[in-house]
Design a protein around this ligand. Structure first.
Ligand SMILES: Cc1ncc(Cc2csc(CCOP(=O)(O)OP(=O)(O)O)c2C)c(N)n1
Length: 563
């Protein structure tokens, strides 16, 4: 309970909650235990929504997704040492993906750690966290708790967002101190206005473009500058390519979308505008032959050392995405940028051919199902549920769902992202449901699902509107290595017997088993109608798919005998 007078002495736990709530924190994801259980209780007493998970990694992924979806740091609370380490994968993934997240862990008394006197769950957590975080702080007295929380918040959201570690030793949490008003962080993520000359340089390059391309990254989606980004794309008339989590910034059925002609536009674009998108492995590092050796780059980013990381950037525009896009749009309106009809016609021809080829795959009459026909059934149902947020992980599942499931609204697709981390699915799904109130459909490879599968119980316990669809092909990537279609009289490959649908029934959720596209569609329609926790066990042919999905070029060289 709030103390009557500010001179009253309170515990460190109370000072932590004072500082978090004073800076807008209303939700904490975590796994409690010594020495943070009382911190969670105090937070709940003060109206903070605490969600208890089954593993700290999933709680951390939820906090990271919450940060990405809201623009405020997501908070993950863990115990010391093993709990801290479990959360660290998610904290590192948040840093790589530029999601604002703070992991708060209890820890041992500093003096005991420094003398290695063998405390319970002893570990030098700040030193361990530092290489994987944007910042790592430890608070050594209750009087400094407000400063520590404030610094962690600003570090997480300012500039390029990322993962921040905040270490709160047990003896600090339990110590008492006079309660003083916590610092309220002013403008934690200040706008960063681009230099006018950088904008002019970018427009001058765009005016020379005959085959322009705009690439939208998740940094553009994170910026929540949706209207001005759409205005910019439409003002240039240029084709745009959304990275997977930027899908929906402009609807996937927008006439300027070049997603269905990705190979053509990457290979032929002569001036490329990167907006919150990094030229990393997901864009083949901007290198030929995927890209033209003559391509010239404009890059809008908030992090200066990102420029020139892979290709020379002729027009770097340093600033926050909203400010940079607004400045570029204003300059474009004053410029001589002309439409490029012949370029658009080339793209439309390529789109038509690729969509026709894909359509044949989506409507193939195959038994057991492959990824494409199962995803077409899901796509057709989601077309009537465009408010649903799609989460996805796996290999073939992840890659095929990205290409087959259209997204029509910003920040409505969350997936394994820059680091390709398996295990994000259920934590992301929980955060999406909690933070947005929207229905969530998690499209999961069966191996990927296994990394956080026990959070099905968390989803049921909080009665969240999450439908998990497990693409059950009986193995990591593909199923049984014996090819079900081999012509020798090998034993027929039995469809694997895993029944994931019964798993959720153990926790009160609704399980569906689907072996045909019609059954998938009926199950998903029913699950979305009930808006209760549900799992669809979607049986996929174990012989289809490839190892690592579309990442063949990163995989071991194909064995000689392989076609
Ligand atoms: C934390 C971590 N550990 C392992 C891996 C390596 C991997 C990448 S994709 C994947 C799962 C593929 O099996 P799944 O059945 O989900 O896929 P598919 O049926 O083809 O859709 C693994 C294990 C990664 N990326 N992260």
């Amino acid at each position: 309970p709030e103390s009557e007078s500010e001179s009253e002495s309170v515990e460190g736990n109370t000072l932590v909650v004072d500082a978090l709530t004073a800076n807008g924190v209303s939700t904490i994801y975590g796994v409690v235990g010594i020495p943070v259980t009382d911190l969670a209780r105090t937070a709940q007493d003060r109206g903070v929504r605490y969600l208890g998970f089954r593993n700290e990694q999933a709680a951390g992924h939820a906090a990271a997704a919450a940060g990405y979806l809201t623009g405020r740091p997501g908070i993950c609370l863990t115990v010391s040492a093993p709990g801290f380490l479990n959360g660290l994968v998610a904290l590192a993934n948040a840093t790589v993906n530029c999601f604002p997240m703070i992991q708060i862990s209890g820890s041992s008394d500093r003096a005991i750690v420094d003398l290695e006197q063998g405390d319970y769950e002893e570990l030098d957590q700040v030193a361990t966290a530092r290489p994987f975080t944007k910042a790592a702080y430890r608070v050594d007295s209750p009087e400094l708790i407000g400063v520590g929380v404030g610094r962690a918040i600003r570090a997480a959201v300012s500039g390029r967002p990322g993962g921040v570690y905040l270490d709160l030793p047990a003896n600090v949490l339990s110590a008492s101190a006079v309660r003083t008003p916590p610092p309220q962080i002013v403008d934690p993520s200040p706008r960063q206005i681009p230099a006018p000359e950088s904008v002019d340089r970018a427009v001058a390059l765009l005016e020379q473009a005959r085959r322009p391309l705009i690439v939208l990254g998740k940094g553009a989606a994170y910026a929540r500058a949706d209207a001005v980004i759409r205005e910019l794309v439409e003002a240039t008339g240029a084709p745009f390519l959304p990275m997977s989590m930027a899908k929906g910034l402009l609807p996937d059925d927008h006439p300027q979308s070049a997603a269905a002609a990705r190979s053509l536009v990457l290979a032929r674009a002569d001036v490329v505008v990167l907006i919150g998108a990094r030229l990393n492995w997901l864009l083949d590092h901007g290198r030929p032959p995927r890209w033209s050796a003559d391509a010239r780059f404009i890059q809008l980013d908030i992090f200066a050392t990102e420029f020139d990381s892979n290709r020379p950037i002729e027009a770097p525009v340093l600033g926050d995405i909203a400010s940079s896009v607004a400045a570029l749009l204003a300059a474009i309106r004053r410029s001589r940028i002309a439409p490029v009809p012949e370029w658009r016609e080339q793209i439309e021809a390529s789109k038509r051919a690729n969509i026709k080829r894909m359509d044949a795959q989506l409507h193939a009459d195959v038994h057991p199902m492959d990824f494409a026909v199962a995803l077409r059934a899901i796509r057709d149902v989601l077309d009537d549920h465009r408010d649903a947020i799609v989460v996805s992980e796996g290999a073939n599942t992840l890659d095929s769902a990205r290409n087959i499931i259209p997204i029509y609204a910003p920040r409505h697709r969350l997936d394994a992202g820059t680091w390709g981390v398996m295990g994000v699915g259920l934590g992301y799904a929980i955060a999406a449901a909690v933070e947005t109130g929207e229905p969530v459909v998690a499209i999961e490879g069966d191996s990927a699902f296994g990394f956080s599968g026990m959070e099905i119980e968390t989803i049921c316990r909080y009665k969240l509107p999450v439908v998990v669809i497990v693409f059950n092909n009986g193995g990591v990537y593909r199923g049984d290595e014996v090819n079900a279609h081999s012509d020798d009289p090998a034993p027929t490959v039995l469809l694997h017997s895993s029944r994931y649908d019964t798993l959720i029934e153990a926790f009160g959720g609704i399980g569906y088993h689907a072996e045909t596209p019609a059954q998938v569609a009926a199950a998903l329609r029913s699950a979305l109608t009930t808006a209760a926790p549900a799992l669809i066990d979607c049986v996929i042919d174990p012989a289809v798919g490839t190892e690592s999905g579309h990442l063949q070029m990163l995989n071991r060289p194909a064995r000689e005998e392989e076609p």
